[in-house]
Design a protein around this ligand. Structure first.
Ligand code: AMP
Length: 405
């Protein structure tokens, strides 16, 4: 099946055309600066990369440019849009409505629109892309794959906040968790790599990129995760604070004479590694500064690693032990030094990595020491492939349903 995967942000649109039979990316690219000055489209087919500067005032226009580029730019992987079998959309927030990917219909669109309250930067742009596809490729099956769906298996004790119950009833304030597609993908790959059924494993997955989260997975299901009502919670991230004492928000607001909304903006954009180091949100810059003796860089680095270590400890308690630990995303896949730092002192729960095996970057690897009880794996994430596979699964399931009617 040829699936067009679409991932929109507030001013961006990423795409991949994937042949699911061959697990092969036929074309990929991204549109940036949609609706602002200087929009451009970067399109890649095999090794060929082209940059196109063109008018893209809306996500709908960006989508038109993408579809034209895919079929008319040589080498063209397909000659007509008819060759696309289905479209898979990454949707950031599905609230409590969706526990799996779904075929998009009017009700699904209404639910995505309702969840825009919870993800104001993302869900509206997802809807624009869905409606754009409806108009430009009428009748083509479209599937929504939610970042939140994988975590809908969490029990209430993991997702309830101890605040007045009416906020949950009225405003849906609870933990949702994010990065679900990535956690699901690497957990599944981990089970395949060690040759055991996922249903028999206790897995902790650490998605550590600019945004970062840890998930506890029991028998293939998410039972807890570090992000919360929003992607601001949990770990220390590039520019996000992660967990802090909630009273800090009003304290800073009063003392700096700013609003709570402004404090939240600071916690999202001016905190995390960037704030503690005073240098950068990028772990590579921080590692370099540490080597030059910068004390704040070291503090930022140690705080990041310590928070991850705490979550691994917490989640081994939630799971009642741990069989597999997985590192993925920019930092998890690439920084051997950070991986070593994060698992320091975790021998007591059976995690021991091999320094030599740990020297890997961006490839699948088992980095566990020979005598380690826990398997520690590095697995590059592939959210687009997971979305394409989910799309294929849902479309085939719906076809079967129709045939059996
Ligand atoms: P992501 O959000 O998954 O793209 O991850 C982005 C982050 O990964 C960057 O901010 C870096 O901190 C980190 N990263 C990417 N490449 C490397 C690398 N080669 N070594 C260490 N960290 C890296």
């Amino acid at each position: 099946m040829k699936v067009l995967v679409i991932n929109t942000g507030s001013s961006s649109l990423r795409y991949q055309l994937i042949d699911t039979e061959k697990d092969y990316v036929l074309a990929k690219g991204l549109c940036e600066r949609i609706g602002i000055e200087g929009p451009f489209l970067k399109h890649v087919v095999e090794e060929d990369e082209i940059l196109i500067e063109c008018e893209m005032g809306t996500h709908r226009q960006a989508l038109e440019r993408v579809l034209e580029t895919i079929i008319y730019t040589e080498p063209a992987p397909i000659k007509s849009l008819d060759e696309i079998d289905a479209i898979g959309h990454r949707i950031v927030h599905g609230g409590e409505y969706f526990t799996d990917a779904v075929l998009i219909d009017e009700t699904v669109k209404e639910h995505i629109a309702e969840c825009a309250k919870l993800a104001p930067l993302h869900n509206p742009s997802h809807l624009m892309a869905i409606e754009g596809c409806e108009e430009l490729m009428p009748g083509k099956p479209q599937v929504a794959v939610f970042d939140t769906a994988f975590h809908q298996t969490m029990p209430p004790m993991a997702y309830m906040y101890a605040i007045p119950y009416e906020y949950y009833d009225k405003h849906k304030v609870r933990k949702y968790g994010f990065h679900g597609t990535s956690h699901k993908y690497v957990a599944r790959r981990a089970a395949e790599m060690i040759g055991k059924p996922i249903e028999e494993l206790k897995i902790i997955t650490c998605h550590l990129g600019n945004g970062a989260s840890v998930t506890a997975i029991k028998n293939g299901k998410s039972i807890d995760t570090s992000m919360g009502f929003t992607p601001l919670a949990g770990l220390v991230m590039g520019s996000r604070s992660g967990n802090i004492d909630p009273a800090i928000v009003s304290y800073i607001a009063e003392n700096e004479n700013i609003t709570a909304t402004e404090v939240t903006e600071i916690l999202n954009k001016k905190s995390g590694l960037l704030a503690i180091s005073g240098i950068s949100n990028d772990i590579r810059d921080i590692e370099k500064a540490m080597d030059e003796g910068n004390e704040r860089a070291k503090r930022a680095y140690d705080t990041f690693a310590y928070r991850v270590r705490l979550y691994i400890g917490q989640y081994s308690a939630s799971l009642g032990g741990i069989d597999v630990l997985v590192f993925t995303a920019g930092i998890g896949e690439n920084s051997a030094r950070m991986r070593k730092k994060m698992v320091e002192g975790l021998e007591y729960i059976g995690i021991k990595i091999d320094d030599e095996k740990n020297q890997v970057h961006g490839v699948e690897a088992d980095i566990s020491a020979d005598d380690s009880k826990v398997k520690t794996l590095v697995i590059p994430t592939n959210e687009e492939l997971m979305i394409a596979e989910d799309t294929e699964r849902i479309v085939k399931k719906e076809l079967l349903k129709k045939q059996n009617k």
